[in-house]
Design a protein around this ligand. Structure first.
Ligand SMILES: Cc1ncc(COP(=O)(O)O)c(C=O)c1O
Length: 405
């Protein structure tokens, strides 16, 4: 069978694979706890459900304009004004099937073959693969050991004549880190000076704890949206817990949005009218939904930190947002893929290997589940790895004895 070199070089999504493994084990009756989850567990907001149901009831389900329905764009313009303090025009907005598709359309629109995109480790697993799918070259900048933030000088050193963009995701998947205002200001200045796109993946931007704020990059630029090289990616997946609705959007200059619209028109034509209606319902409905999710993740973060701190041997930086943390497990193993498989086999806990995020020796643990899941999962991990923890544990109704330490 003939398959393209490029397509064959694209890695499977490790998080989706792990979710599938967890589902199969659970179907077999195994009491698996999934700390690999990348989505809130809430029900869809009622306004989203009613808004899409009214479209379905009307039965008028047709193509929409390729860049989004006028009413959805209006809702995004209002959202941008409320949350970013920026007035944008409908021509600055394009709606796509999730932030993932936004990123694909964007890189397809800005990269020539061999152009480079700077990605900061730890990074979301899909960035390098999407860049490669658009014939670009991901250039990874690593943080100083013991931190999740690279030095601005390291980022500047990575800029070459091929660099087209820098991607920033704050709050960050997988670390939960929120980059400082000073850092964002420096990246804005660097991108303006070197004429690079600054891609702000803001998909978690309101899930921030401890009274902090993820300050919009726009705050550090005097340029209006049409002259700015800041491109904002956002969506409803994480903030409203609406991952299955597959709606995301991009705010950028008119020229960029025009090109991205042509790309989208020739691939998916447009985004589903029913799902855009749902997203519109979420954006215009009660915003306490986002606040309630934020509060429950902050509480879960506190529980997760408390549990992990009683675990000698791991090093953890307290996350300030999202629903993930990224503890350093190098005291137990330098191979995060093997460690993750070991924990799944022995402790029935799903974790995501840090290697997938450019942080070998770390594991990403999600606290989007219940408090009970968090406490039980950490207890099981401790039992599997820490010789100071009790030798026996109950997993489901099975008594397990640690015989490997
Ligand atoms: C950092 C980041 N960006 C983008 C996405 C994709 O979001 P969407 O569901 O809107 O495609 C995710 C999903 O996990 C993510 O973590």
């Amino acid at each position: 069978m003939i398959l393209s070199h490029l397509a064959r070089s694209i890695a499977e999504s490790p998080t989706l694979r792990l979710n599938e493994e967890a589902r199969i084990l659970r179907e077999r009756g195994e009491p698996v706890i999934n700390l690999g989850i990348g989505e809130p567990k809430n029900k869809a907001p009622i306004m989203a459900v009613l808004s899409s149901a009214s479209k379905l009831n009307a039965g008028d389900i047709k193509y929409t304009p390729p860049d989004g329905t006028p009413s959805m764009k209006k809702a995004i313009i209002r959202y941008t004004e409320d949350n970013y303090d920026r007035i944008v025009a409908p021509e600055n907005v394009i709606v796509s099937s999730g932030a993932k598709q936004c990123l694909y359309n964007l890189f397809f629109s800005i990269l020539n073959p061999q152009d480079e995109v700077i990605i900061l480790a730890p990074y979301w697993v899909s960035y390098p693969e999407i860049v490669k799918m658009c014939y670009g070259v991901p250039v990874i900048v690593t943080p100083e050991d013991g931190t999740f933030t690279p030095r601005i000088s390291e980022i500047e050193r990575a800029v070459s004549s091929y660099t087209r963009a820098i991607v920033i995701n704050s709050p960050n998947n997988p670390s939960g880190a929120v980059f400082s205002e000073q850092f964002i200001a420096q990246v804005v200045e660097l991108c303006e000076r070197k004429n690079l796109y600054l891609v702000m993946d803001d998909i978690y931007h309101r899930l921030v704890f401890d009274g902090l704020k993820a300050v919009p990059a726009y705050h550090f630029s005097n340029l209006d949206v049409d002259n700015s090289n800041i491109v904002v990616i956002n969506g409803i997946s994480k903030l409203y817990g609406m991952t299955g609705f597959r709606i995301g959007w991009v705010i950028g200059s008119r020229r960029l949005v025009e090109v991205m619209t042509n790309v989208q028109a020739q691939t998916t034509s447009c985004t589903s009218v029913v799902l855009q209606a749902a997203a519109e319902g979420a954006l215009l409905g009660l915003q306490s939904i986002v606040e309630n999710l934020r509060l429950s993740f902050e509480n879960n973060r506190n529980v997760m930190m408390q549990e992990l701190h009683s675990f000698s041997g791991i090093h953890i930086i307290r996350p300030q947002g999202t629903f993930y943390c990224l503890p350093d497990f190098r005291a137990y193993s330098g191979n995060s893929v093997e460690l993750s498989q070991f924990l799944l086999r022995k402790a029935l806990v799903v974790t995501v290997p840090g290697k997938e995020f450019g942080m070998e020796g770390y594991l990403r643990l999600s606290y989007a589940g219940s408090v009970k899941d968090i406490t039980t999962a950490v207890e099981r991990i401790k039992w599997a790895l820490d010789p100071n923890s009790p030798n026996e544990i109950y997993i489901g109704d099975r008594k397990m004895i640690r015989d490997w330490l």
